[in-house]
Design a protein around this ligand. Sequence first.
Ligand code: FPP
Length: 331
Amino acid sequence: MRTAHSASTVSTGIAKVDRSSTEGANQEISTLAISALKKAPQRTSLDALPLHPSEQSFFIKPFKSDLPKQPHSAPPYIFLTVITVNSTQSPKGRPPKHVAIIMDGNGRWAKERGLPRIEGHRRGAEAVKRTLKAAQENGVEIITLYAFSVENWNRPKVEVDALMSLLDRFLVDQLPVLIKRKIRLRVVGRYKELPEYIQHRLRKSEAATAQFTEHTLALALNYGARTEVVDAVKAIAQAAQAGSIDPNTLDYDSLRPYLYTNDLPDPDLVIRTSGEARLSNFLLLQAAYAEIYFTSVLWPDFDESHFKAALADYASRERRYGKTAEQLQVS
Ligand code: FPP
């Protein structure tokens, strides 16, 4: 069992537990309940609260009216000591704020089934919907999806056209869902090289969701990290020429506004599906300190259980940002 360190705030809550759980369940629940109670500290019960990916229903059970009455045994309620973890370095107990995903394996998924590649992409769009829901339900605020890279223009025209039309349909179908779930849509990439009808659709969806601040779906479209750097350098050179910035004072923080992702925090976790272990020109600067998670699952098969597995893996990592583990203990 993991234990939380760098603890400062202590609060209490009540959970209904399965008394058949193992010894030490109380402490386990304390650790596991951190994110749930942090999200809703006014709640006195964990019932119906979104659980952190590392939480196991084995330990925390929803209320059941048919629980056997055991008058002489301990009540099914126990008090929790909830430790609020203060450390900014350790992801333990907290879901990542921003998850970026390289959705790979659509073609192989289709090929394995003797289907056209576009059917793999179509099923991939279904996985996008599942993942968006899973992200929101598991406390992830921002999802960035690598939906079309600058290199993808080199695919057969029929596939590129099919991907664009799939994206168009996705935007039409999902706009009411994004609005209902208060998710802002954001595009990262060279917008103006996308087909006009897609630009129009994207602008409409971005405008209709611009007021939402808690959740963001960022679609990386016509995106490439090297292109992004080139565009940023060009813009900085122009600003320097115009006298609005001094290149001698330039640092990474003053460079950030020139990136496509200028209003997004860096990803905490990058997931790549399909067993390939590379970043493929995706968020190379922003992912400098991201945890990377590779899974062999092909994207069209990706579901909430796979997403939770990635979050659980992330929760076990220690993010050191160049420091030593000992430094993190005292900070
Ligand atoms: C990589 O798989 C996937 C893509 C290039 C496109 C991703 C698109 C989708 C998931 C569907 C549409 C997206 C949205 C947001 C609606 P691949 O084709 O390279 O697979 P392979 O490596 O097995 O050939």
